[in-house]
Every structure is written in C-alpha cells, then in structure tokens.
Design a binder for this molecule. Structure first.
Ligand SMILES: CC(C)(COP(=O)(O)OP(=O)(O)OC[C@H]1O[C@@H](n2cnc3c(N)ncnc32)[C@H](O)[C@@H]1OP(=O)(O)O)[C@@H](O)C(=O)NCCC(=O)NCCS
Length: 163
C-alpha cells in the first residue's frame, strides 16, 4: 500500500467512520450467508444485519472508546479493532475488527491483531481469545488470526431450521 499505517487508540469521533467500514467489510460475508441459509431463514435472522452491525460498532467505539483502536493511513481511518479485558481471569478477548475493503490484503488486519496482543500483554493478560466463523467468508479472518499466532482452536457449528 506504500504509505505507512499507524494504529492508535480510538476517539469517540471515530465511531461513525468505523461503523461504515464495518458495513462495507462484512457485506460479502452476510451475502454469502444468504446463499448458505436460504432467503427465508436469512431474512429472519440477518435481514437487518447492516443496522445491527453498524450500531454495535458505533456504540462500542462511542461508549467504550478505551476498548478500541483504529488504523490510519494519511489521516484516513482504514480499519478498527475492539476488545474486552477480563482482569480477574487475565484474558483479553478480541471483538469486532475489520479493514476497509479497498485496503485489505496489505497486512493492516494482522497488524491490528498484533497491536491488540501487545496491549493485552501490557495490561497483564495471560491469554487471548477470539471467536470467528468457520464459513468461507471468514477465511481471511482465520488466516489473519493464525498469522498473528493463534494456533489452538475449538471449532463450533451453528445450525438453522426453517419452521
Ligand atoms: C479479516 C480482515 C480484517 C483481514 O484484514 P486484511 O488487512 O486484509 O488482513 P491481512 O492483509 O493482514 O491478511 C492476513 C492474511 O489473511 C489472508 N487473506 C487476506 N485477504 C484474503 C482473502 N480475500 N481471501 C483469503 N485470504 C485472505 C492472507 O493469507 C493474509 O496472509 P498473507 O499476508 O500471509 O497472505 C478483513 O478481511 C476484513 O475486514 N474482513 C471482514 C470482517 C471480518 O471478517 N472481521 C473479523 C471478524 S472475526
């Protein structure tokens, strides 16, 4: 990508931009799920995905700004990452994270995860966890986590049935 990407703690005013990146980044995943689940179940379960995804990311960035970071290139936000810390059990959990589709494939996603792992260590965390999909749409996410060092996984399956 050429220009340097800087990862920095988020600010509340970053929230709307990250909500938009989330919608753009997750669109191919939700569209692929429609093929897998069929129209009827997909519409019932994920028909409002865009609203849900945008509002969960915007709320997290705006209301829990200290649990989020953004990646900037030339002053423009190109990705974001959110997390939770369980101080009692010393576990850092990576939550929503995404990279603007126009900037994917250049290492930003992996750099964000590595940034979070360093931050978890600095906060005294002893383990990191993240939940992701086993579907083809999440192949880039799985590759990114493995590249960042996540080597142990518990696969799980979510079933759907139209009634
Ligand atoms: C997952 C995501 C954040 C990765 O961002 P990125 O900046 O493209 O990631 P990187 O460039 O660091 O790529 C990491 C690895 O993913 C793999 N990868 C990247 N794009 C890929 C693609 N389109 N298809 C398959 N693998 C891909 C590559 O193996 C890459 O490793 P490499 O550099 O050794 O080839 C981005 O694809 C995204 O926003 N996806 C939608 C949201 C999402 O799935 N978030 C995670 C939810 S759990």
């Amino acid at each position: 990508m050429g220009e340097q990407v800087v990862i920095r703690p988020a600010r509340a005013e970053d929230a709307e931009c990250c909500g938009e990146i989330a919608v753009q980044a997750w669109r191919p995943i939700f569209h692929a799920w429609r093929e897998i689940l069929g129209d009827s179940v997909w519409k019932r379960v994920y028909g409002d995905w865009e609203l849900q995804k945008r509002s969960s990311v915007v709320c997290q960035l705006r209301d829990h700004t200290h649990l989020a970071a953004v990646s900037e290139r030339e002053g423009e936000i190109v990705g974001f990452l959110t997390w939770r810390l369980d101080h009692d059990r010393q576990i850092g959990q990576i939550s929503n994270n995404a990279v603007d589709p126009g900037c994917q494939g250049h290492g930003v996603g992996t750099a964000q995860i590595e940034w979070a792992l360093d931050y978890f260590r600095s906060e005294g965390m002893r383990a990191a966890r993240v939940l992701t999909g086993g579907d083809p749409g999440h192949a880039p996410a799985r590759a990114m986590y493995e590249k960042a060092g996540f080597a142990r996984a518990l696969p799980c399956v979510e079933y759907f049935l139209e009634l």
